[in-house]
Design a protein around this ligand. Structure first.
Ligand code: BG6
Length: 481
């Protein structure tokens, strides 16, 4: 029941950093899947650009191996047809070599997109050279990845560097969470159903909890992660985007600026987080498992691999409804979900012995994407009116059948949106800056206080203090499982 695949317009896609980890793991295998699904036109051209000396054959071999490893099911004849679309140029982002080769490959009359899958320190050089070689035209697009800065000042600097040569409507800032099928479903559930919207406010909703729990540790990414931490790596972008989608006002239409204007208003209405409303954690090691500090250079690192916090949105819809956010690595289970927990009924006709019950709408982003609604019913059997909560469970894979497995993953969808020229699922410059403006005081506060994260066991639900954050308010986190 998946909708028909509509091919995108012919394009030249240049991937700077085409030999890097992201290109091999996500971008190229994703493009291959879009090719094999019929979404890529016959005339599409993908040009990888990087510093290493390599020829087309060497690059195709590299990507054939990557598709083998990360591409999922594949059809060998399709793979070779896809590889034929790839070529490679050796380009020096900071120098002059290779740029004329790139110029000679670009065609007129097709969409041009440039993916900057490189360190942000190279964004300015690339933008400058694309411009000076006349490669980028007024309708060319550039794609940039997170981290988009490490604070407000650096994000502004990057926005400034890109703005020298590109208009905002040419810049596609990726937050891959926005490309996830279920994240878009959040908008469908909210704005495609009459059922929820009248209840979607502080009058009926007790609180909202957003959890992004991972089982992986920082592994080989220690040197990047230790300078970043969960706040910069996950909260400032992915969790903030989820919060925006769940809390924003209905946009007038599903178009890029209408949606992004509403998200921006949410970020700007966020209250500063009080220090006692935030808990940082760091996973510790055990006899048979390495801890966070074994994965990074500094044995005394104070970087957090876990954050839990309570925040409020100061506007008419949400005043009084707390939002609890948490994310962490090396937790008990990999699970991402948003739980909208409703208030209790104003009066229980069943008396105090029926206990307290709250409906909860839970949107599971991954794994087992779906929606559950906890509904209170009578416990079956004799013995009077005892109430229990049971979930009405809609797992999309069951409800929609096996086709649901074929939906594009986040990167595939987002790259196709770049070619289509649709920025709805990309972050605008002012959104990113507003998110940093909210995050900076939290991080600066930790630094000023020399805050040390609480240790937590690998495989647990995070530090105990995070449980207390909710308990103090008479609430509790949903289980991480
Ligand atoms: C990335 C973070 O943006 O998102 C990683 O840098 C994190 O640290 C990842 O593991 C999580 O993405 P997903 O799609 O696996 O939930």
């Amino acid at each position: 029941m998946v909708s028909r695949v509509i091919p995108v317009d012919p394009f030249d896609l240049v991937i700077f950093g085409g030999t890097g980890d992201l290109a091999r793991r996500k971008i190229l295998p994703g493009l291959y899947r879009r090719f094999s699904s019929g979404q890529m036109p016959e005339t599409a051209q993908i040009i990888a650009a990087a510093r290493s000396e390599m020829d087309d054959a060497g690059y195709r071999q590299m990507i054939s191996d990557a598709i083998d490893e990360f591409g999922g099911d594949m059809d060998k004849s399709q793979v070779s047809a896809f590889l034929a679309k790839l070529s490679y140029v050796c380009v020096d982002a900071k120098g002059t070599s290779g740029w004329n080769d790139l110029v000679s490959k670009m065609r007129d009359g097709v969409v041009r997109a440039f993916y900057f899958s490189v360190a942000p320190s190279l964004f300015g050089d690339l933008a400058e050279r694309l411009h000076s070689h006349g490669i980028a035209s007024a309708d060319s697009r550039i794609v940039v990845e997170k981290p988009f800065g490490r604070d407000l000042a650096t994000a502004k600097e990057l926005n400034g560097v890109l703005a020298k040569h590109f208009n905002e409507d040419q810049i596609y800032r990726i937050d891959h969470y926005l490309g996830k099928e279920t994240v878009q479903n959040l908008m469908a559930v909210r704005f495609g159903n009459m059922l929820f919207e009248p209840l979607w406010n502080a009058q009926y909703i007790d609180h909202i909890q957003i959890t992004v729990a991972e089982t992986v540790g920082v592994g080989g990414r220690g040197s990047y992660y230790d300078k970043s931490g969960a706040m910069r790596d996950m909260v400032q972008n992915h969790l903030m985007q989820l919060l925006c989608l769940i809390a924003m006002e209905p946009p007038a239409k599903f178009d890029p600026d209408a949606v992004r204007d509403e998200k921006l208003k949410v970020i700007r209405a966020l209250d500063p987080v009080q220090p006692h409303h935030i808990v940082r954690g760091q996973y510790s090691g055990s006899d048979d498992q390495q801890g966070y500090r074994d994965h990074v250079e500094s044995p005394r690192s104070r970087t957090e691999s876990y954050v839990a916090m309570k925040t409020h949105i100061s506007n008419w819809r949400w005043a009084g409804t707390p939002f609890y956010l948490r994310t962490g690595k090396r937790l008990r289970a990999r699970t991402s979900e948003i739980a909208v927990v409703f208030k209790e009924t104003p009066h229980s006709i069943f008396g105090p012995e029926a206990g307290s019950h709250r409906n909860a709408l839970v949107i599971r982003l991954q794994p087992d994407e779906g929606i559950t609604m906890d509904v209170t019913i009578k416990e079956p059997g004799p013995g009077g009116m005892r109430l229990i909560d049971v979930p009405l469970d809609m797992t999309f894979a069951e409800a929609l059948g096996p086709d649901v497995e074929d939906v594009p993953d986040a990167y595939e969808r987002l790259i196709m949106d770049v070619i289509r020229g649709n920025q709805t699922l990309f972050m605008r410059g002012d959104e990113v800056e507003a998110a940093w403006a909210w995050t900076d005081p939290i991080i600066n506060g930790w630094e000023a206080r020399n805050d040390v994260p609480k240790p937590y066991d690998s495989g647990s639900a995070g530090p105990d203090d995070a449980l207390m954050l909710m308990h103090r308010d008479g609430r509790k986190w949903r289980e991480v499982r």
